[in-house]
Design a binder for this molecule. Structure first.
Ligand code: AMP
Length: 483
C-alpha cells in the first residue's frame, strides 16, 4: 500500500572510533537504544582496509547474538542504527546504515529524524538521473554528496546538509573519519562520549542518548551542539558549524516519552524531568483520590512525582507484561486494542474499591487510555481520574516522532471534557504548556522564543514543512515512481 510508506522514522544511532571490537560495542550501544527503534538494525564497520556490513530485520539481540554475524564485522570503527517504523514496507533496502562507494572511497550513513524537504529534494535528484534504492531520507544525503562538486568528503557533506531542511542527527563513517551531525535547531539528540581506545589512546563514541554510553562504560563528554558537525579521527574531535546560528529547539517529547529515563539530554535528566512534570501536574490538577497508579512504563516517573506532591500513595495498580514487544502492538487499530490487553493488566488487589489517579505520558489516538480506564474500572475502581504528563497532542510531528495524521489525534478534534467522556474517565487533566516548561527548569514558555520544539502541542513548527506544501497527489506519484 503506497499510502503506508512513510519517509519519516524514529531511530537510534551509534558510532565508535578507535574502539576495540567496535561492532560489539556498537551492538551494545544499539541494545541500550532499542526503545528508539525495533523494526530493523544495521552495523557498518571499517577494519582499516575495507568496510563490512550487516543489516537485519527485528531486534538487536536477534541479530548480533549470532557469533558468525559478529565475526564478519571486524574493525575498531563502526556506526550502527536502529530503525522504528510503525507502518510501511518492511524491507532490507530500507534498513540503515546506508553504504555507498564514491570516488573518495566508501561512506556509511545512519540517521535519526526526518527531513521536511525530502520529497522535494528527491524529486529534483530523480529528475537529474539519481537512482534511489530505498524510500529513506538518508539516501538524499548520499546522492547530494555524490553529485557535489567539492572534492573532499567533508566539504561534500557540508554542501549536502545545507540543501536539506529537517530535524535530524546523523552518524557517518568514511575510511578516515567518524562524523556526527546535528540539525541546526538541535531538535533530535546526539551526544559525544569517550572511552579507552583500541591502542591505549582515546576511543570516541557518538550516540542518540547517554544510556548507550553507560552500557559500554564510556564517559559522557558533551552533547553535540545544534548545527554542529564533529569530525573524529585519531587526532581527536574537530568541530565545524556550517549553519547560520539559530536559537535551539530541542524536542520536548524526548523528555515526556521517547528517551530512556536514565538518559541525560541537554544537561537534564529525563527521569528528573518526568518526576518534575508529575509534581507540577499534581499541583495544577489535583484529584480527590486514594492512590496514584502509573500506566507502565512511560507513566512511572511522572506518577512518582504526582504521588510525592499530592501525598497520595503510589501503587503499581497496573502490571506490564515485558515480553510483549512494541512492534507487536503497532500497526492496525484492531491490533492496538488487542495489544493493550496483552501488555497491561489490572492489579485488582490494589485497585478494588479505590479512587484511582491514573498517570500516563500522553494521549495520542486515545485507544490506550480508553482500554486502561475500562480495565481499571472492571477491576473494581470506584473512580478513575486520568492525568497526562504532556499537554494535549493536537498536531502531528514531522520531525521524526511517529504520530498519526492530525485527524486521528484525539485532542485535535475534542475538548478535554469531551476526551474525558470518550475515554470514560471521571476526570481528565493535562499538564499545561507553561507547567511543562517550568518542570524542565524554564521560567515558562516564551511564545516569541520557545526553548523547545513543542509543535505537537502547539502547531508552532520551527522548521519549514516544505513537503507538506506539495500536493498530496504529487507525493503519492513520487512514491509510485520509486517502486
Ligand atoms: P494512543 O492509544 O494512540 O492514545 O497512544 C498513547 C500511548 O502510546 C501512550 O501511553 C504513550 O505511552 C504511547 N505513545 C505516545 N507517543 C508514541 C509514539 N510516538 N510511538 C509509540 N508510542 C507512543
Amino acid at each position: 500500500m503506497i499510502d503506508d510508506d512513510k519517509f519519516h522514522e524514529e531511530c537510534g544511532v551509534f558510532g565508535a572510533w578507535n574502539v576495540p571490537d567496535a561492532a560489539a560495542i556498537t551492538a551494545l550501544g544499539l541494545h541500550a537504544l532499542q526503545h528508539r527503534g525495533q523494526e530493523a538494525t544495521g552495523i557498518v564497520t571499517h577494519d582499516g582496509v575495507r568496510f563490512h556490513s550487516h543489516k537485519g530485520m527485528g531486534l538487536v539481540g536477534d541479530n548480533y547474538g549470532d557469533a558468525k554475524v559478529m565475526a564478519a564485522l571486524p574493525g575498531s570503527r563502526a556506526i550502527g542504527h536502529n530503525r522504528y517504523a510503525t507502518t510501511g514496507e518492511t524491507v532490507l533496502r530500507n534498513v540503515q546504515p546506508l553504504f555507498a562507494e564514491f570516488e573518495f572511497g566508501g561512506l556509511a550513513v545512519g540517521h535519526n529524524g526526518n527531513l521536511t524537504n525530502a520529497h522535494t529534494v528527491r524529486r529534483a535528484l530523480t529528475r537529474r538521473g539519481c537512482l534511489f534504492q530505498s524510500t529513506m531520507d538518508s539516501e538524499v544525503f548520499v546522492h547530494l554528496i555524490a553529485i557535489s562538486l567539492y572534492s573532499n568528503v567533508v566539504d561534500r557533506l557540508i554542501d549536502a546538509v545545507k540543501q536539506v531542511i529537517g530535524a535530524y542527527s546523523l552518524v557517518a563513517l568514511t575510511q578516515d573519519l567518524l562524523i556526527g551531525v546535528r540539525d541546526p535547531l538541535g531538535v533530535r539528540p546526539l551526544i559525544l562520549g569517550k572511552t579507552k581506545g583500541a591502542d591505549g589512546k582515546v576511543g570516541w563514541v557518538l550516540a542518540s542518548e547517554t544510556c548507550a554510553l553507560d552500557i559500554v562504560g564510556a564517559d559522557f563528554v558533551r552533547d553535540v551542539e545544534p548545527g554542529e558537525i564533529v569530525l573524529i579521527d585519531d587526532r581527536g574531535v574537530e568541530s565545524i558549524k556550517p549553519f547560520t546560528p539559530a536559537p535551539p529547539r530541542f524536542c520536548v517529547f524526548e523528555y515526556i516519552y521517547f528517551a530512556r529515563p536514565d538518559s541525560v539530554m541537554e544537561g537534564v535528566s529525563v527521569y528528573n524531568a518526568r518526576k518534575n512534570i508529575g509534581r507540577v501536574l499534581a499541583n495544577e490538577a489535583p484529584a480527590e483520590a486514594d492512590i496514584v497508579v502509573p500506566v507502565p512504563d512511560s507513566g512511572v516517573p511522572a506518577a512518582m512525582g504526582f504521588s510525592e506532591a499530592s501525598g497520595l500513595a503510589f501503587e503499581l495498580g497496573i502490571i506490564r507484561n515485558h515480553y510483549v514487544g512494541r512492534t507487536f502492538i503497532e500497526p492496525t487499530d484492531q491490533i492496538r486494542h488487542l495489544g493493550v490487553r496483552l501488555k497491561h493488566s489490572a492489579n485488582r488487589a490494589m485497585i478494588e474499591g479505590k479512587r484511582v489517579v491514573l498517570v500516563d505520558d500522553s494521549i495520542v489516538r486515545g485507544t490506550t487510555s480508553q482500554k486502561i480506564v475500562a480495565m481499571v474500572r472492571a477491576a473494581g475502581a470506584k473512580e478513575v481520574h486520568m492525568r497526562i504528563a504532556g499537554p494535549p497532542t493536537t498536531h502531528s510531528c514531522f520531525y521524526g516522532i511517529d504520530t498519526p495524521e492530525r485527524g486521528k489525534l484525539l485532542a485535535a478534534r475534542n475538548s478535554v471534557a469531551e476526551m474525558a467522556k470518550l475515554i470514560g474517565a471521571d476526570s481528565l487533566a493535562f499538564i499545561s504548556l507553561d507547567g511543562l516548561y517550568r518542570a524542565l527548569g524554564k521560567p515558562g514558555r516564551d511564545a516569541k522564543a520557545p526553548a523547545f520544539c513543542d509543535a505537537c502541542f502547539t502547531g508552532d513548527y520551527p522548521i519549514e514543512l516544505t513537503d507538506q506544501a506539495e500536493p498530496r497527489e504529487s507525493q503519492m506519484s513520487l512514491l509510485a515512481e520509486l517502486r
